[in-house]
Design a protein around this ligand. Structure first.
Ligand code: NAP
Length: 325
């Protein structure tokens, strides 16, 4: 029997061809809503799903009785009910590694842009404000030699820490679910409890996944512990941070600046004050968004789904427990 795949994110023609050589493909290049009737009809017959950016609910799984595997075009899997998928024996695949360095580049971009006020001062020129040599009012803060506090020291956290330690001579602190002795040796990184890390760091950079445990991990208390000169970076997921507390901390200068790639609600609502604050660099969730990396992520997802539907082990599996050799 030909297996059926529903693809709900844009794929390259070559990737679609690869899927079509082995499966029937229902392709939704742009899916605006999970309630789209054509999508729901395709879902009811699907053996595999490939895509990203769509919240998959247990109710949707009830409507997909043939589903065997989902290949997300992302490393984060907070859009999927993992326990429910595992209970139903549905494989969930993601795309680690191929996006690590690109996302770390974006994290470091935010560190540099906030510290040196790059966006604000580029705007200053555009507005015709550069009429004489700049003075203290336009000065930024050094990055080299400062202390970088990583909240989460997994693949992306380590890649950002590597840039800081090896490229900019930064001292690296980290709080993480488990200690990382190899990174301590490689980068001279030092494990700290969260409270100490917040107090000692010049830059606090969040790279933990969004889980029930990490939702609003950073809030009013954590911002109060940061230095008033501290710069806060979030490259993980918006909901790891209590955004109202972040806005308050920026407004009352209990922290100096923030670089944000992710937000509690995306796209960011028009009435959010964040993009209008001069000490905030806000990006529209572009962590992995380069031509090369997005192509590699989609390719990994295509490979994952085809392997899973052939009964072979996918390259990157989230719910290992479902796999039976
Ligand atoms: P990863 O390798 O799994 O790293 C996550 C790290 O967080 C792990 O080291 C883990 O500890 C640690 N951690 C988990 N729960 C924790 C907790 N409660 N307290 C402290 N540490 C905790 O994942 P990754 O590939 O680096 O990706 C991290 C996240 O970045 C993704 O989940 C995704 O949400 C986000 N992301 C965002 C973008 C973007 O476009 N902005 C792009 C890619 C990824 P252990 O090592 O002990 O397990």
């Amino acid at each position: 029997m030909t297996k059926r795949i529903v693809a709900f994110r844009r794929l390259k023609e070559a990737q679609l061809d690869q899927l079509r050589r082995e499966c029937h493909v229902d392709y939704f290049e742009r899916l605006d809503s999970a309630d789209d009737p054509d999508f729901r009809q395709a879902l009811s017959q699907a053996h595999g799903l490939v895509g990203a950016g769509l919240k998959i609910t247990p109710e949707m799984l009830d409507d997909a009785p043939h589903l065997e595997a989902i290949a997300s075009i992302s490393v984060g899997y907070d859009n999927y009910p993992v326990d429910e998928l595992t209970r139903r024996g549905i494989l969930l695949c993601n795309t680690p590694d191929v996006l690590t360095e690109t996302t770390a580049d974006t994290g470091f971009l935010l560190i540099m842009a906030t510290a040196r006020r790059a966006v604000e001062l580029a705007e200053f020129i555009k507005q015709g404000e550069w009429r004489e040599s700049i003075g203290e009012a336009q000065f930024g803060s050094d990055i080299h030699g400062k202390t970088l506090g990583m909240v989460g020291m997994g693949r992306i956290g380590a890649a950002i820490a590597r840039r800081g330690a090896l490229g900019f001579g930064m001292k690296v602190l980290y709080s993480n679910a488990s200690p990382k002795p190899a990174l301590d040796a490689e980068l001279g990184a030092e494990h700290r409890d969260m409270e100490t890390l917040l107090q000692e760091s010049d830059f606090v950079c969040v790279t933990v996944p969004l889980t029930a445990e990490t939702e609003h991990l950073i809030g009013e208390r954590e911002f109060a512990l940061m230095k008033s000169s501290g710069i806060f970076i979030n490259i993980a997921r918006g909901k790891v941070v209590d955004e109202a507390a972040l806005i308050a901390a920026l407004q009352d200068s209990s922290i100096h600046a923030a670089g944000l790639d992710v937000f509690e609600q995306e796209p960011l609502p028009n009435d959010s004050p964040l993009p209008h604050m001069s000490n905030v660099v806000a990006l529209p969730h572009i962590g992995s968004a380069t031509h090369e990396t997005r192509t590699a992520m989609a390719q990994r997802a295509v490979d994952n789904i085809l392997l899973a539907l052939k009964g072979e082990r996918p390259i990157s599996l989230v719910n290992e427990g479902v796999w039976k050799e």
